[in-house]
Design a binder for this molecule. Structure first.
Ligand SMILES: Cc1cc2nc3c(=O)[nH]c(=O)nc-3n(C[C@H](O)[C@H](O)[C@H](O)COP(=O)(O)O)c2cc1C
Length: 165
């Protein structure tokens, strides 16, 4: 629970490898997410190849920080296999958020680099990873040990809450 409040985006990482056990914890957290009709539409590409990470750093206008990490997770879905296509963005977002919170929980840092639904960014990620055209890469999550931990920000704003009694 605390990790929800501590989680921040990290884009600079120490030159320290992330163990396979920790990567698996992140993937487990992603797969634990809720999804429409329990469709669990996700698949995950885990990239540790330095050249591919460098290429992914230019996949979108805002992905340069991928060059700083030693591992990146790219959650994907296969459009033709979806049970609930209308909810795919919601399902994938729940999955990504779980991964980000778990990263905080196990002493790592990460950031959500937006891809879908922007067509050029999807195409760019797909080309770099040489994925089949029916596979849709959703985003990039660079992961690592943050260089500097950020402060907790209290974002609660009671003016945004409306009670209907
Ligand atoms: C859908 C989405 C797309 C995002 N895309 C990017 C991105 O392309 N590059 C980036 O550096 N951060 C990206 N972020 C991270 C946000 O900038 C970050 O979450 C926000 O500034 C709040 O900071 P915090 O995560 O530290 O709380 C994205 C976040 C979301 C939810």
């Amino acid at each position: 629970m605390n990790s929800i409040f501590k989680r921040r985006s990290y884009r600079k990482f120490l030159d320290k490898e992330v163990s396979m056990a920790k990567i698996e914890m992140l993937l487990k957290a992603g797969m634990q997410a809720p999804s429409a009709c329990d469709g669990r539409p996700w698949e995950f590409y885990v990239i540790t190849n330095k050249d591919k990470l460098l290429e992914l750093a230019s996949a979108t206008p805002y992905s340069m920080c991928v060059k700083n990490c030693s591992v990146a997770i790219v959650p994907c879905y296969v459009y033709n296999k979806l049970k609930s296509p209308n909810y795919i963005i919601c399902d994938m977002s729940a999955c990504v958020e779980n991964i980000l919170i778990e990263a905080e929980e196990i002493g790592l840092g990460a950031v959500w680099i937006g891809g879908a639904p922007v067509r050029e960014r999807i195409d760019s990620m797909r080309n770099i990873l040489s994925l089949d055209k029916d596979i849709v890469p959703f985003c990039i999550i660079p992961v690592g040990y943050p260089v500097n931990r950020k402060d907790i920000e209290d974002r609660y704003d009671s003016s945004l809450v409306h009670f209907i009694k």
